[in-house]
Design a protein around this ligand. Structure first.
Ligand code: HEM
Length: 160
């Protein structure tokens, strides 16, 4: 084999290995955990040592670092262990607002929701997954609004 042929073979092997390593890293770097309502309820701050999770717009955030807001007995404990989109939009802790349901929210409330979602939660807390509602509509069809790349700082812990 001539030297130029040898170089071509080595270059080919190198490219294949590089591609292979890319493939191995990619799927592991952005795992997505899906939460049912029941699973999310386990992270409501009632158990010491358990992380505290809360969802807004179907995105599940690890708010453990905000324990003074969300832990057991803390002022916003009612918001955690569930999707509290409506409560955050309305800045309300009324039990009927502790839901993912955004039906009938005003433009002002929806704008406020966006601002808290981006300004507070996305900038402050790691995303650990999504609620099933984020991926599927009520009728089981795919939710076209779901964007997997919408993950500013994914920092999943080994809980699966
Ligand atoms: C008397 C009424 C309230 C007062 C005085 C108050 C005060 C505060 C203060 C001082 C902060 C911290 C801001 C910062 O970190 O710089 C805060 C954060 C927050 N408040 Fe209130 N709040 C009130 C009512 C509510 C209600 C009813 C809700 C219902 C959803 C709410 C939701 C939040 C949320 C989601 C945060 C962000 C917490 C975080 O950073 O993780 N607040 N509030």
């Amino acid at each position: 084999m001539r030297q130029s042929q040898l170089i071509t073979v080595f270059a080919f092997i190198f490219i294949c290995l590089a591609d292979e390593s890319k493939l191995k890293v990619k799927p592991a770097s952005k795992p997505v955990r899906l939460f049912t309502d029941e699973e999310l309820r386990r992270y409501d701050g009632s158990e010491a040592g358990q992380p505290i999770y809360m969802a807004i717009k179907g995105v599940v955030f690890d708010v453990t670092s905000g324990k003074h807001f969300y832990g057991k007995g803390a002022p916003y404990n009612a918001l955690v262990g569930k999707d509290s989109t409506r409560a955050v939009a309305k800045m309300s802790l009324n039990p009927e607002d502790l839901t993912h349901d955004t039906t009938g929210l005003t433009t002002e409330e929806l704008e406020s929701l966006e601002s808290v979602f981006t300004g507070t939660y996305k900038s402050k807390y790691p995303i650990v997954g999504y609620t099933h509602r984020r991926l599927l509509n009520e009728d089981g069809s795919p939710n076209e609004d779901f964007k997997p790349e919408d993950q500013p700082h994914f920092n999943i812990r080994n809980e699966l």
